[in-house]
Write a protein that binds this ligand. Sequence first.
Ligand code: IPD
Ligand code: CA
Ligand code: CA
Ligand code: CA
Length: 267
Amino acid sequence: MTASMNEIDTYAKQWIKEAGERIRSSFPNRLNIQSKSDPNDLVTNIDQETEQYFIEKIKGTYPEHKILGEEGYGDDVTRLNGVVWIIDPIDGTMNFIHQRRNFAISIGIYEDGIGKIGLIYDVVHDELYHAFKGEGVFLNGEELPKLETRTVSESIIGLNATWVTENRRLPPELLSPLVKQARGTRSYGSAALEMVYLASGRIDAYITPRLAPWDFAAGIIMIEELGGVATNLRGERLDLLNQSSVFVAKPGLHGEILKNYLKDGKW
Ligand code: IPD
Ligand code: CA
Ligand code: CA
Ligand code: CA
């Protein structure tokens, strides 16, 4: 018998809260910190233990489900058939290490490539954002309103300063007019939090030239459920199996930025 999405949802919410509790209770302990691809690409024992915790729970209950996790303890996922959990055990590891805040657990649950459940848990503030396709997005159980359009001059844009300096991924001059004309810019250091801040109206758009699927899998389910738009920087559909640029925004604003600043992807 295949499990219902409602049942999966109930377990997922329970496990993400438990994982958050484990992270909070680890705060007094010394972290074991290592670098991955470069000296600023960090991972801790808590990132690893949290991912392992989810895998144990999911595989123990749903052995047929596949898991794509950042720290590599899950499956080698090359297709999105069946139920796939896309997990970032700690999104914002640098913040977790340096600030002990501004990080989140992110879980997107897909069925045959369609986003069904999105969970992002801001562990320190005990804020659980939860999307269930077709039923809305909730913050600690309270439904969030649909996203309404807004102009660039009234908008706060989530954007890391790196992308308007010389870099390998984007012409720096592309985004500087947007930075000048927007009401303001912010950078929170956690893609998952930037996405829930968009979902809850704290910011109006978020632009980044490179993310992995576990950074955005949950967030885009929430944003689309609320009528927002999620694409790459060229306005194309996001690829959940590969790294990608990501551009999410309120409806209307997405089109305005894509056309007037991102030049419809022609750069
Ligand atoms: C990172 C954060 C950060 C984003 C990086 C991600 P991690 O995730 O989401 O905001 O700019 O590209 O890698 O490594 O802390 O899970
Ligand atoms: Ca990482
Ligand atoms: Ca991440
Ligand atoms: Ca991570």
